[in-house]
Design a protein around this ligand. Structure first.
Ligand code: XMP
Length: 327
């Protein structure tokens, strides 16, 4: 049996051998809990839900139904990677829902950051619940709750974001196989389960996704500019090894235009802000030092490759006074 709470003397899982012991214990525990019933999982492609999916696939195969909701605010290549890794490689029973239009229609014209977040969160639950209702015989809901989530909700720091939000008539029993683990342990387990390194060690990414990096009312063209500039930044950071040293990095394209010149003509276009920060506990953060030549190269690529952008700025603001995200 796997304990409900992290034992005070539990050895930190740092090696493949320790990871394998945990995986074997969990597989047995999941099989015992679930029997021949079906389990539902919202698979975002983030570290925690991906590791839970991989564990459950090993334990119960296609009794696990994973639902990947694309809210249209994911980074370039993310939904494709989820489909490739889970459906094609791991043979998961995966339902892919492209809800882009639904989300973007609901968000059209909405400028208030908190309202935007509420719409994205609420719509996500609605789409997920709709998919759940189409399925027969689901008795369990799997969640990527980890130990810090439980500690923080007990301390009243934040509501236990994983614990539901689903309509009240959908009261599934919970399967939470990584709930006694710290994040670094989840990553070791993920690698041992064969998930791609880039998926297991990816930088933090907010639930509302690129929506909070497209300040003001989200439009499809500006959202595309955020997605494309982010892809260029990630590519250049990876090429130059900064993905290994910088904690979080992304681009922001506010709803603001400035005058520029492109191909000898006036270009009244958006600006793109590069944000790159280091942090230990996310309560504070400092701007990362990026080589000047690399910033020049990134600026050149973004202004020439991303339609609608004629300027690139670097955000030097630590947290406080700025938060990491813009909204
Ligand atoms: P802030 O902007 O508050 O961000 O300094 C701190 C860290 O949290 C991430 N973040 C979120 N993560 N849902 C999430 O899962 C959210 O709504 C959310 N908002 C911010 C942010 O990317 C940073 O790593």
């Amino acid at each position: 049996m796997v304990p409900d709470r992290r034992p005070a003397d539990m050895v930190r899982i740092t090696t493949p051998e320790l990871a394998q012991v945990f995986i074997d214990e969990q597989i047995a525990a999941i099989r015992e809990q679930v029997g021949d019933k079906k389990v539902l999982l919202a698979l975002s492609g983030g570290v925690d839900s991906s590791v839970v999916a991989a564990l459950l696939i090993k334990a119960i195969g296609d009794q696990l139904v994973s639902v990947h909701v694309n809210h249209g605010l994911l980074r370039k290549g993310e939904p494709e990677q989820v489909i490739e890794v889970f459906r094609n490689q791991m043979k998961a029973n995966l339902i892919y829902v492209d809800a882009t239009d639904r989300f973007l229609d609901k968000l059209a014209g909405v400028t208030d950051p908190e309202v935007k977040r509420k719409i994205i969160g609420g719509e996500f639950i609605e789409v997920f619940a709709e998919e759940a209702r189409k399925l027969d015989g689901i008795e369990f809901l799997a969640q990527g709750t980890i130990w810090p989530d439980i500690l923080e909700s007990e301390d009243g720091i934040k509501a236990h974001h994983n614990a539901g939000g689903l309509p009240e008539d959908m009261d599934f029993a919970l399967v939470e196989p990584i709930k006694i683990l710290f994040k670094d342990e989840v990553r070791v387990i993920g690698e041992q389960l064969g998930l791609p390194h880039g998926m297991v060690y990816r930088q933090p990414f907010p639930g509302p996704g690129l929506g909070v990096r497209c300040p003001g009312a989200i439009t499809r063209d500006r959202l595309e500019a955020v997605r494309e500039s982010d892809a260029i930044l990630r590519e250049e950071f990876a090429k130059n090894g900064l993905d290994q040293t910088v904690w979080q990095y992304f681009t922001v394209v506010p709803d603001f235009r400035s005058t520029g010149v492109k191909d000898g003509k006036r270009a009244f276009e958006w600006l793109c802000i590069v944000r790159a920060v280091n942090s230990v506990d996310v309560m504070t953060a400092t701007p990362a030092q990026i080589p000047f030549e690399l910033m020049e190269h990134i600026t050149d690529r973004i202004t020439h490759e991303v339609p609608g952008i004629n300027r690139v700025l670097y955000d030097f603001t630590p947290k406080p006074t700025g938060t990491v995200e813009f909204e």
